[in-house]
Design a protein around this ligand. Structure first.
Ligand SMILES: [Zn+2]
Length: 117
């Protein structure tokens, strides 16, 4: 892969990652507000209590998925800063730029990802 292509791919990925990170941070703020709203509500009966705990666990699952994604994004941004972006962390081969375009926070090349299942 030509050096210029690598730079382009990395720059595009960085833009995508930064935008996604901003989205996630905004969502995290929304989720926090939602959480406060749910837990601030006065519960009248057992049906409401069940609904509330369901809401809370769905919200909790969403929050932890977002946290995991944020972590992946942070580490991708770190690899960009260190000049290691786009290199498979398992076999050291260059990751296909088309793969990076759809999953900019990916850590492995397609063959490592497949062999891992
Ligand atoms: Zn690999």
């Amino acid at each position: 892969m030509a050096q210029k292509t690598v730079q382009n791919t990395t720059r595009k990925a960085r833009d995508l990652l930064l935008r996604r990170r901003a989205e996630l941070l905004a969502e995290a703020r929304g989720e926090k507000a939602e959480l406060e709203e749910i837990s601030g509500q006065a519960v009248r009966d057992i049906v409401e209590l069940a609904a509330e705990s369901e809401q809370l666990s769905a919200l909790g699952a969403r929050r932890s998925a977002h946290r995991a994604e944020l972590q992946a994004i942070e580490s991708a941004l770190q690899r960009i800063r260190q000049g290691r972006y786009g290199i498979c962390c398992e076999c050291g081969a260059a990751i296909d730029p088309r793969r990076l375009a759809v999953a900019p926070d990916t850590l492995t090349c397609i063959s490592c990802a497949q062999s891992r299942g």
